[in-house]
Design a protein around this ligand. Structure first.
Ligand code: GLU
Length: 360
């Protein structure tokens, strides 16, 4: 077997792990664990992002009319996560592999310090041959500040851990060029940068998870733009993961081809931080042109025309053009008060250095 990738993040969706009645499909879990173990033994570095906590907790506890949606999610995920990780632990133990649980929240991606702390934790695990199994800490996550779904989380993890590929295992074969129920429809095998597939995306949500094809595609594109290959495939099919990783085997799936070129680790973090922006810097037409051109340029005070909001040095800010359209985001070098004083001035240090700019 010639391996296509040496470092991968594998996202396993709730629908792959649950049976039609909502209970955990241990046979499927075991088959996936066999494949991951095989790859691990071949030296592939793997971070797993596994859903299924809420679904499995729900099947244990049953739906209660006395609890609201948030309470149910908290209860189900706390029970279900314990069950899920317990199964994984035992299944991997049969292969002599140790796994560890990482439960995270969106807030852990909000500052560079928390982000690096988290990355370090997973690096230590990998260095010690432990496979991290990540999930959102649904039990304590606040609804307003949750990941859209585990597809989003897996994208952040793949990017944070500098993976070569993110493999999203779902219960469909990939993205179809029509309705998946229409026999004429075919899976789009490869999607290049800039290729618009929005017409094909079904907005139906998954049965047991929060995700859907729409978020999968958006995340996949974003991650592929950072130089990471993203593959959406059917995790219910036999040996899917092994076939995907084998250079010689062609298997039905949708591959978002990674853009060429390195994206620095800081830029990867910034790319995902839009939701945490504390303010805005508006720039004039010349600056907008320079920023969106081919060369890497910094945002200088001379090109800035307006500062919106209150922010501290090192916060994430949005960069807007003079018509108020978003150009991208960046990590700002000055607080908002100082930035206001510097507006329009010549010969000053950049407000946002090009290494810390992520333009759309
Ligand atoms: N974190 C949720 C779970 O483990 C899944 C979220 C999603 O469906 O993507 O149940």
């Amino acid at each position: 077997m010639t391996l296509r990738f040496k470092r991968i993040a594998v996202k396993i969706g709730s629908n792959v792990l649950t049976r039609a009645d909502g209970t955990l499909d241990i046979t499927r879990m075991s088959a996936l664990v066999d494949q991951i173990s095989h790859l691990h033994k071949k030296g592939v570095e793997i971070v797993m992002v596994s859903s299924g906590a809420v679904a499995s907790g729900r099947s244990v506890m049953g739906i209660s009319k006395k609890l609201d949606i948030v309470e149910q999610r908290q209860l189900f995920s706390s029970v279900g996560q314990a069950k899920l990780i317990n199964h994984y632990y035992e299944l991997f133990r049969e292969h002599g592999i140790v796994v560890g649980q990482v439960l995270t929240t969106k807030e852990n991606f909000s500052s560079r310090r928390l982000y690096l702390n988290q990355r370090n934790c997973m690096r230590v695990m990998l260095e010690n041959n432990v496979i991290p199994i990540v999930n959102e800490n649904d039990a304590v996550s606040v609804s307003e500040l949750m990941f859209t779904d585990n597809d989003e989380l897996s994208g952040l993890i793949a990017s944070m851990m500098d993976m070569q590929a993110l493999i999203i295992l779902s219960n469909i074969d990939g993205i179809y060029n029509g309705s998946p129920t229409d026999p004429e429809s075919k899976v789009i095998m490869e999607i290049e940068k800039g290729q618009d597939v929005s017409d094909f995306i079904q907005s139906t949500k998954s049965t047991f998870g929060r995700g859907g094809m729409l978020t999968k595609t958006t995340i996949a594109r974003k991650i592929a733009d950072q130089g990471i290959d993203v593959i959406i495939a059917n995790g219910k099919r036999e040996n899917m993961l092994l076939q995907l990783l084998d250079k010689k085997v062609g298997v039905v799936s949708t591959h978002f081809i990674a853009s060429a070129g390195e994206v620095s680790s800081v830029k990867k973090w910034i790319a995902h931080s839009e939701g945490f922006a504390k303010g805005e810097i508006h720039v004039n037409e010349n600056a907008a042109k320079a920023l969106t051109g081919d060369k890497a340029v910094s945002l200088l005070p001379i090109g800035a025309i307006k500062i919106v909001g209150d922010f501290e040095k090192d916060d994430i800010v949005k960069i807007m053009d003079d018509a108020g359209h978003s150009l991208g985001i960046g990590k700002v070098q000055y607080d908002s008060e100082k930035a206001r004083e510097m507006l329009g001035k010549k010969n000053q240090k950049p407000l946002v250095h090009c290494d810390y700019l992520y333009l759309e």
